[in-house]
Design a protein around this ligand. Structure first.
Ligand code: HEC
Length: 199
């Protein structure tokens, strides 16, 4: 009797253990599926076009995989901006060859470091901040307006699980310390309505 009880006890313990491990395996499978989906959405969203520094080969600029999605490289000289080349009947925006710096009527914007580096990337962000930023168009979810050409109005349409998947994938990237440049305001002479923009 005692033996049967012991056996039963062990079987129960074993079953519980198996269920727990099964649960854990499922969870792992689930997480890697979410990350995979995030990776796929990042590819589809063309995030690397703007957020990855590039290497230049015969095929033109391609994302630099050694510092993937680490944003506009710090220390790169901001080229002179021919604001005169831009206007309603002229050009709408200009970009650097690596597509990480953008000049337009909004001034100059620099693609953010999306790697999980704490000081310079998304390391200190929560998934909620990430979602709020992309849905409201406010820096970190509550700051200044997010500047063009960041396509937040489109990306922010994704459902919560997709935005969480993108964030989960970004968390798996190699953290790269790259403090991107602060945005530059447009020259005052081009402020709309001040009349100084006219020659
Ligand atoms: C056409 C270029 C472009 C594409 C494509 C793009 N981004 Fe951006 N992104 C930018 C620029 C430029 C900024 C910096 C804007 C600023 O400083 O206000 C930015 C900023 C951000 C920010 C910071 C927002 C904040 O709170 O300040 C996040 C997060 C982000 N992008 C995520 C993404 C993701 C994810 C994708 C792809 C699904 C993506 N971006 C695609 C150009 C782009």
């Amino acid at each position: 009797m005692r033996d049967a009880g012991t056996v039963r006890m062990f079987s129960t313990a074993l079953l519980v253990l198996l269920l727990m491990q099964g649960g854990r395996a499922d969870e792992k499978g689930g997480i890697s599926k979410i990350v995979e989906r995030g990776k796929w959405l990042v590819m589809l969203g063309g995030c690397a076009d703007c957020h990855a520094p590039k290497v230049f080969g015969p095929e033109g600029p391609v994302p630099d995989t050694t510092r993937f999605l680490s944003g506009s490289p710090a220390g790169t000289k901001v080229p002179d901006i021919p604001f005169d080349a831009m206007g309603p009947d002229k050009w709408g925006a200009l970009t650097t060859p690596d597509l990480t710096m953008w000049a337009g009527p909004w001034g100059v914007s620099f693609a953010m470091n999306l790697t999980p580096d704490v000081a310079t990337g998304l390391g200190s962000w929560t998934p909620e901040m990430f979602m709020k930023a992309l849905r409201t168009g406010k820096h970190m979810g509550e700051g200044r307006p997010i500047l063009p050409p960041m396509p937040w109005p489109a990306i922010g349409q994704l459902k919560e699980s997709d935005l969480r998947a993108i964030f989960a994938y970004l968390r798996t990237l190699k953290p790269i310390a790259n403090a991107i440049h602060e945005p530059i305001a447009p020259p005052a002479m081009h402020a709309p309505g001040d009349g100084k923009g006219k020659k």
